[in-house]
Design a protein around this ligand. Structure first.
Ligand code: ZN
Ligand code: ZN
Length: 89
C-alpha cells in the first residue's frame, strides 16, 4: 500500500482564506473583493438607478440592470443617451 500524503480538507485550489470568516478562494483578488464587499454585514453600496435594488458588487448591479431594466426596443437611442447624460460623478 502506497499512501501519499494528501491532507484531507485541504484544497490547494483555494488557498486564500478570508481573515474574517472561513471562506476560501482560489484567487487572492477574489478573496480581497469578498473581504471588502461581501464579508460580514456589509451594506450593499451599489444602488440601482431604476428600482430599490442594491448590489454588493458593481458587476452584479450591471447584470441586474441589463436583465431587468433593458427592454430590447429601448436600448437603441432614447434610453441610452438619457442614461449616459444623467450619470454624474
Ligand atoms: Zn469572509
Ligand atoms: Zn433595478
Amino acid at each position: 500500500m502506497s499512501e501519499h500524503s494528501i491532507r484531507p480538507g485541504y484544497s490547494p485550489d483555494s488557498q486564500f482564506a478570508c481573515r474574517y470568516c472561513d471562506k476560501r478562494y482560489k484567487w487572492k483578488s477574489t478573496m480581497r473583493r469578498h473581504e471588502q464587499d461581501e464579508c460580514g454585514d456589509k451594506e450593499p453600496k451599489f444602488q440601482c438607478m431604476y428600482c430599490p435594488y442594491k448590489a454588493r458588487q458593481k458587476g452584479n448591479l450591471g447584470v441586474h440592470v441589463r436583465k431587468h431594466h433593458t427592454p430590447p426596443e429601448q436600448v437603441s437611442d432614447i434610453a441610452k443617451s438619457d442614461i449616459d447624460q444623467n450619470v454624474q460623478n
